[in-house]
Structure formats: C-alpha cells, structure tokens
Design a protein around this ligand. Sequence first.
Ligand SMILES: [Zn+2]
Length: 329
Amino acid sequence: MSSPAPSPGSTGAPGPTVGVDVGGTNVRAAVVGADGSVAAEVRAARPTDWGAAIETVADLVRQLRKEGPEVPAVGVGVAGLVDDDGVLRYAPNIAGVLGAPVRSELEARLDVPVVVDNDANAAAWGEAVHGAARGAAHALVITLGTGIGGGIIAGGRVYEGAHGFAGEVGHFQVDRHGPRCACGDFGHWEARASGRALGRMGRERAAGGRLPAVLDRAGGELEAITGAMVGDAALDGDADALDVIRDYAAEVAVGFAGLANILDPERIVVSGGLVRLGEVLFGPLRAAFARHLEASELRPRIEVVAAELGEWAGVIGAAAMARELVPPG
Ligand SMILES: [Zn+2]
C-alpha cells in the first residue's frame, strides 16, 4: 500500500522528544520515542489566556522531564495560525494571543530548542511519520470534528505556505451562499461538512419528520440532536440516519475532490470522532469522492483511509517535528 517515497521523519534524534498539543479543550504533553510510542503523558485544562498557556506548557514539560529522560527538544502544536518564527498570530480558543512569541518564550523557559506549528499540521505530520499516511510523500490528513482541520503533506514535508498558514482546509469556500462558518464567512467547507454540520443536517431532517429514531435518542427535543446521535443511529442500521450519513458524506467528498484536484495526493487520511462509523461513512464517502474527482476512472486511485493515531496524532507529530531539531548521533 505504501509507495517508494522520501521517508518522512527518518532524520533527527534517535531518542525520545516531547510533544505538546494545545487543543480546544485541554493541553496534553507526552514523551514520545523515535518509533512514535507514547511513554509518559500529562495533561492540564485549557488555559484561558496566552500568558497562562505558556506557563501551562512549560509546567507540563518540566513534569515529564522530572520523572523521565532528559529530552533534547520540544514540539508544540497549537490550534491557530502559527508563523514560521513560532509566533502565534491568531488562536480561536485562547485570549490575548495576537503576536504571541510562543517559541522564544518556551525556549527561554525550557532551555532546549522548541518548534511550534499549527495543531492540524502537527497531527498530519504524526500520521505521515508514524500513522496512516506513512510512506505517502503526498497526502492530505483531514480531521472531521466540530470544525474541519487539515494538513497537507507534499513532497514528504508538511506544506506550510509562504508564512506558515497553509492547510486551513476547513475554510475552503465551497458555496458562498451556504451556511455561516464559525469564522464568520459563508459556505466554507467546514460549515457544510464538519461534525457540527452533521448535527444540523440531522435537526433539519428531524424537523421535517423524517428522522424519528434519532429524535427519540434526543428525548424528543429537536435542538438536542447532535451529529454523534445521527452516527449512533446509523451504526444501528436506522435507514433514515444512513440516508443522512450518505448526504453528509457527499458534502465531505466535495471538499476531498476539490483538494485532490488541486493537490493530487496519493492518500487522504480521515481523523476525528466520525471515523468510528467505519464503512457506514467510508463506503458512501469513497463513492461520492469518485463521482466528484476529475477523471477518477482514468487516474491512479486515491485511497481514503482512517487515521491510526487518534487523539494522539498532534502530540506524536509535534514530537516528531522536535526530533528534527536535534542533530542525529
Ligand atoms: Zn470559515
């Protein structure tokens, strides 16, 4: 299944490094071996402002160092726009981050080299080095969560763009008359194809009286219907829910096809909570992707597969990025 490709992550320190994931709900850090194994982990609640976030990350790393091996470098993934100098330009979940010099602040506190990147880029790198995008020099790693995150692997590296901001695939505008996105604009792919969008599709369907089993799961309260409930009903074989999943998969596939038409990946790796649906999602997703991809029957097949690292992808990928800061041997 893998093709000969530059081997991502094969360079750098042979020993463990630390990866940190500053996510939307909490901060997690772990000592990660050169083989991608997670040795020790710690976590903390999501800080509310940027000063606290720096201290939280530094504290977690110190805890790991106290109990574990000395680590030569630290990688940090943050939900937001991180530039090439490790400066956080925008973060949706943390106040007071405009121009926060994350890398230099952490290097001053920890006294080792630090790399900082977007959390989805870190997760993509994790899957590229140790997970489902292994061996693919060109791949997309797409997270279907509350929003849609993504990372682009091109030529065996994370494609960062001119400033470090590339890969914001969720804000790919697929319909300017579409539903409002969390970012404020309209018809972005994540407004149509995220887990939150699946919940909205379920509520719309139920409002028309066409999703009774899911409405039951929500205790008869239309507004309580979530994407997860639609998914659960589909896994139980409910025909109405399966129909919603088919429509949802088509929305996801439109984005996959648009990105694949531009970037020509060999593989698309899908992560996020909806991966648990397995073939209930992947079957209709692959079929709709083939319908929308240019000349799909005439070109090598682009695989659509589930991610392997789950919620650890960001931590493992950040640690793999850190490994490259350390000279081998
Ligand atoms: Zn948007």
